[in-house]
Design a protein around this ligand. Structure first.
Ligand code: BGC
Length: 499
């Protein structure tokens, strides 16, 4: 080989080595990045861990806070609001009643026809529509004019054989799913907004009066007979169907619970007398907080950037408004720090772009190559060509976030059972009849529990885990649909002036 040949051979060898070195280093870098992404997920898993011991601490904290909230106004982050509902529907209600249900992503108008003893609900009609975004942050007049106009249209479309009330004026149940300090069954002032609503001039106003005025203005001869929280409507329908129902929980856009409490346990209203000796209490548990809640840096950032910082802490870990955004924050950090996506993942920086129903679809995807995960990433986040192992990691993130949420909600439910002596923890006071725990029904409503398979499964599992084999069979979680609205119509019937 001549000098030239030798030079060429050496040159080729150098280039080959350089290419090999570059490939090796790229693969090492890639492996390191993948390792970083896995480590991030592992870190999240540890931070979100909810072993049963921790859940029991949350149960105890919930029960303690319930006591504190019942002892004095401002005694706890749990407001424990009085509802003035001491009688739940029992099946004897009769007539046609309307309801409006405002508070989640959708707004509903309902008409319910009740047949009286034995015949129960003869029929019901529901019309649902999304709330225009601009109305969620406008003025109270705009909001109430809008809902009164939709109600009027609905009432005018009555041509399907529903009976009219003998008296022309119709009674309305108004489900308003925000914290309200009730003044009576049919009036109450808004304490604050949650779930992205922010209509400043409505805070401190009597919500029922706002609606009554809007209805009068538009020529609708209707009055709010019952102003209720969605949990309360759900409890009313649950109790109507099964009298062992003692509590209702909503896990949808927001989360909350209400239950039947003995009036003598409501210390902040000493001397409160009701015919039944009990009253429904709206806990507003979305605002619950305890140092036992497993909080991560993602939760802290979400809270810091929210319009209601330091409020609704429990809700921000559990409900549909937030879960998707927690996952988005984790994925964004993974994209920034470990560069696992081939495409630039710019959309991940957009708050709330990953809505919880999309996250649920990814999590519930059981196809071998995670097609749905790929579709959501491509169509909604504009990230394509995501390798299967990355898609699997994303599903794991959804799993961690949802598992924590559902298990915390389960602990909240058991906390409520503990407060009312139905968790089997304390002998006779624990609601046992002849040595056996009492049958206890909790109705659950909301898209997360109804429409998200893994959420429901984890929640049910956690309830059994916390309660144990002896008590768990006596606690039934029943799904409710449209209960918040139908229940409000039932309560309008119970408290109707026409009755
Ligand atoms: C509200 C509650 C409501 C819950 C579920 C929360 O944000 O404060 O009043 O019951 O959402 O809709």
């Amino acid at each position: 080989m001549g000098r030239v040949g030798l030079g060429l051979a050496v040159g080729c060898a150098v280039v080959t080595c350089a290419i090999a070195a570059a490939l090796v280093s790229r693969s090492v870098r890639r492996r390191r990045r993948w390792g970083q992404a896995v480590a991030l997920v592992r870190e999240l898993e540890v931070a979100c861990d909810t072993p049963v011991g921790r859940l029991r601490q949350v149960v105890d904290a919930m029960a303690v806070e319930m006591h504190a909230g019942l002892a004095s106004d401002g005694g706890s982050k749990l407001k424990m609001l009085l509802t003035f509902i001491d009688n739940l529907p029992d099946g004897t209600e009769e007539g046609t009643y309307y309801a409006l249900d405002l508070g989640g992503t959708n707004f509903r108008v309902l008409r319910v026809q009740l047949g009286g003893k034995g015949s129960m609900i003869l029929s019901h009609k529901v019309e649902s529509q999304p709330i225009p975004q601009e109305l969620m942050t406008g003025t109270s007049e705009e909001l109430f004019n809008f809902i009164a106009s939709i109600l009027k249209r609905f009432v005018q479309s009555e041509n399907d054989g529903f009976q009219q009330l003998p008296d022309d004026r119709k009674d309305l149940g108004f489900t308003f799913s925000f914290p309200v300090k009730q003044l009576s069954i049919s009036s109450g002032v808004l304490i604050k907004w949650t779930k992205g609503f922010s209509i400043e001039d409505a805070v401190g106003k009597d919500i029922a009066q706002c609606l009554n005025e809007a209805m009068t203005k538009i020529g609708l001869n209707m009055r709010v007979a019952a102003l209720v929280n969605d949990t309360v409507g759900t409890l009313a329908l649950g109790h109507y169907n099964d009298e062992d129902t003692v509590a209702a929980v909503i896990i949808g856009t927001g989360t909350n619970a209400c239950y039947l409490e003995r009036t003598d346990a409501i210390i902040k209203c000493q001397g409160l007398l009701t015919n039944s000796g009990a009253m429904v209490v709206n806990m507003e548990w979305g605002n619950f907080w305890s140092s036992h809640l497993p909080r991560t840096s993602y939760d802290i950032a979400l809270d810091d950037e929210s319009p209601n910082r330091n409020e609704q802490g429990f809700e921000k870990m559990i409900s549909g408004m937030y879960l998707g955004d927690i996952v988005r924050r984790v994925l964004y950090r993974m994209a920034e720090e470990s560069d696992i996506f081939l495409d630039p993942a710019k959309n991940l920086s957009v708050p709330f772009i990953l809505r919880t129903p999309l996250m649920a679809n990814m999590h519930d995807d059981d196809s071998p190559d995670l097609t749905e995960v790929g579709r959501v990433l491509e169509e909604h986040l504009k990230i394509s060509r995501v390798p299967l192992k990355v898609r699997r990691l994303i599903v794991r993130v959804c799993d961690i976030v949802t598992r924590r949420a559902s298990r915390l909600a389960a602990a909240g439910i058991v906390g409520m059972l503990k407060k009312t002596g139905r968790d089997g923890s304390g002998g006779v006071a624990s609601g046992r009849t002849r040595g056996k725990p009492r049958r206890t029904v909790v109705v659950v409503e909301g898209g997360l529990y109804i429409g998200y398979t893994m959420f429901k499964q984890y929640l049910n599992e956690a309830i059994s885990e916390i309660l144990g084999d002896e008590v768990a069979p006596y606690v039934l979680l029943k799904v409710s649909e449209d209960g918040s609205g139908i229940g409000a119509a039932l309560l309008a019937a119970v408290y109707s002036s026409n009755r």
